[in-house]
Ligand binder design. Structure first.
Ligand code: UCC
Length: 597
């Protein structure tokens, strides 16, 4: 317990020598050394030599997070970016002024190879797992710098998948550079006022081809995060040189542009204003007017959405990493606090109800962690051409499933976690409040829960059900060992039963994306996430050297409702499809929306 003498002359207590209580604050340690679960995962999955090297790197980096980066992240929070639109002489300058700590984050990200690690592939398919582990340690202390890193990683992925088209070779080298002097970050300018989720039909930005083969872009991008980035990928509709939209191409095309020229002048871009966001205030997010920005088309005409999908896959997976990392951070702080805070005569850690709350958060976080690492494993296999067809289907299916699931869980766990600090968790000056404000973007950024649930259906339809077959066979194969493991048999049986129910549901519904299936999309995605989370926790718990905590976490996870789609009342309303759309919106005899849709 911390006490301090109150000897300020104006305070009467001081005269009688009273000591007043001040609570010792929760602190983070080396996040790698504190995270036995992360270490256990890496040890059991990575080849021994790779584990030895990765472990040394992560321990060193963990010390840097604790000793240097976490402080910088707080500085970014306390000194948010500002927009200076005019200089003292009235010239329009549109400068985003960021604090030194934000700039330092960019240097650190380069030095640590936060993007490079994935593309150098020094650990072959395990490079992504290494990168994910590093980002996971970095994210909660990074002052949101993981946002530009997500888009930079996504841009590098697009360039690689397009086969390094000419204007992008140089950019690629910058995006994956480890040298702070040459490292570039990329934006992803997609959302417009009309085109939020519905990018394809709502994008109003137009592109006019120039005699030299480049394009000029005109339009307004409504959310552009990390607007201080060096380059960006963006979407626009090509129109004839005279600007006639009736001659516009049917679909959108993908463009690459540099934000500023060599002298630092904006490339036909005006920064209208910085967004006033609920959280992520460390990060400059702006409205941008493209007023003739010079750009290169990098996709075939009209293939912009399909071409940017690679970027979306990467940024959605980064969203997963941020979600799981924030869950882990809030638990670490709450655990530390539980050893320091006393109430009713004992420390919080000796209150069973408090510890039960922490244990529940831990189980959710462990399941989410394994889902995240499964994405890293699959992505690594795909990028090193070692993925089977089944692995590729799993990567396609799990990307939206895990993104939507972990985004929601992060908000729930952060909210529960802040309660562990009582009123102090609600304060800004404790440095805790931002945890909840910042995670609220995670179910929204890179596609809302419903958009992703519909993307799950898109993956089913496009693959003619193959992604689902891959899911069933992968899950069943991974489950076998647990089914015959005495302590875990009943839990494995629950997962097995959930798989059977899911199979029954999909057989009944068909996969054609009818209204009923759309209505079911969220519960369907949740069922996939909970079942596969259970499979992974069981797989982790049956390995050699599994701890009693690993076994208990798997058991607890598997005792939740693993297949919400199969709840009787749900299944009935979904199988009636659109007809039940109205009835499901009736509450207490009254239509919630005031009538038929
Ligand atoms: O706006 C944002 C931030 C708001 C908050 C900002 C605060 C800042 C804080 C930052 C903190 C870090 S974030 C941006 C959010 N927007 C999105 O994520 C877009 C959401 N919309 C979608 O995901 C849509 O599903 C679309 C745009 C991707 C596609 O819609 P469409 O037009 O209906 O798509 P189609 O016609 O089904 O697909 C077009 C093509 C198809 O390929 P082809 O033509 O070959 O058949 C699809 O297979 O794209 C392909 N495709 C995909 N491929 C579509 N989605 C995918 C996918 N996920 N993976 C692979």
């Amino acid at each position: 317990m911390a006490k301090q003498s109150f000897n300020h002359p104006g305070v009467p207590f001081a005269r009688i020598g009273t000591e007043i209580f001040c609570q010792e604050q929760p602190r983070i340690g080396n996040p790698y050394l504190e995270d036995a679960f992360l270490q256990g995962y890496l040890k059991s999955h990575l080849p021994a030599k790779v584990f030895a090297e990765v472990s040394v790197d992560l321990e060193r980096f963990g010390a840097r997070v604790k000793g240097e980066i976490d402080f910088l992240g707080r500085e970014c929070e306390l000194n948010p970016p500002k927009l200076q639109q005019f200089d003292g002489w009235g010239w329009r300058v549109d400068q985003i002024i960021t604090c030194p700590a934000w700039k330092r984050m960019k240097e650190i990200s380069a030095e640590e190879g936060m993007v490079a690690e994935a593309y150098e592939r020094r650990y072959s398919s395990w490079s992504r797992v290494h990168q994910f582990a590093k980002l996971y340690l970095y994210a909660p202390s990074s002052g949101m710098f993981t946002c530009p890193l997500a888009m930079t990683d996504g841009a590098a992925k697009v360039i690689e998948s397009l086969g390094f088209p000419k204007p992008l070779e140089e950019a690629y080298a910058h995006l994956i550079s480890r040298d702070p002097r040459t490292f570039w970050t990329s934006g992803q300018w997609m959302t417009e006022r009309k085109g939020g989720s519905d990018v394809a039909s709502g994008t109003e930005t137009v592109a006019q081809e120039q005699p030299d083969g480049t394009y000029r872009l005109h339009g307004l991008k409504w959310f552009t995060s990390a607007t201080d980035s060096d380059v960006s990928l963006t979407l626009a509709r090509i129109v004839a040189a005279d600007g006639q939209t009736e001659q516009a191409s049917k679909g959108l095309s993908l463009f690459y542009l540099e934000v500023r020229d060599q002298e630092g002048k904006l490339n036909g871009i005006e920064i209208q204003r910085l967004k006033e966001k609920l959280g992520t205030r460390q990060l400059p997010t702006s409205e941008l007017l493209l007023a003739g920005a010079r750009a290169h088309r990098i996709s075939p005409v009209g293939r912009g959405v399909a071409s940017i999908a690679n970027m979306l896959t990467i940024t959605r997976i980064h969203n997963v990493i941020a979600s799981v990392a924030d869950m882990r951070r809030v638990i670490s702080l709450a655990r530390d606090y539980a050893t320091k805070r006393e109430a009713f005569g004992k420390t919080l850690k000796d209150h069973p109800l408090h510890m039960q709350t922490l244990a529940r958060m831990e189980v959710h976080t462990r399941g989410a962690f394994l889902l995240m690492m499964e994405m890293g494993r699959l992505l690594g296999l795909e990028e090193t051409k070692m993925a089977t067809e089944q692995d590729q289907h799993m990567l396609r299916l799990l990307t939206p499933v895990v993104k939507l699931y972990t985004g929601k869980q992060a908000v729930a766990v952060a909210s529960e976690g802040l309660e562990c600090f009582g009123g102090q968790g609600y304060m800004e000056d404790t440095g805790l409040g931002y945890l909840l404000r910042d995670v609220q973007v995670l179910p929204i950024w890179e596609g809302t829960t419903n958009i992703l649930a519909l993307d799950v259906l898109r993956s089913l339809v496009k693959s003619q059900g193959k992604v689902l077959e891959a899911f069933f066979s992968t899950a069943q194969a991974k489950l076998e060992a647990a089914l015959s493991f005495s302590e875990l048999g009943p839990s494995a049986q629950r997962v097995h039963d959930a798989l059977r129910k899911l199979r029954h549901f999909t057989d009944e519904m068909g996969l054609k994306g009818e209204a009923g299936m759309q209505l079911a999309a969220r519960d369907f995605a949740y069922s996939l996430a909970r079942i596969y989370g259970g499979v992974l926790l069981l797989e982790h718990a049956v390995r050699r050297n599994a701890s009693p905590t690993d076994i208990s976490a798997a058991q607890r996870w598997c005792h939740q409702d693993l297949c919400p789609i199969a709840r009787e009342e749900q299944a009935d309303s979904y199988s009636n499809g659109a007809v039940s759309l109205d009835s499901s919106l009736v509450y207490d005899g009254h239509p919630v929306l005031g009538g038929k849709l």
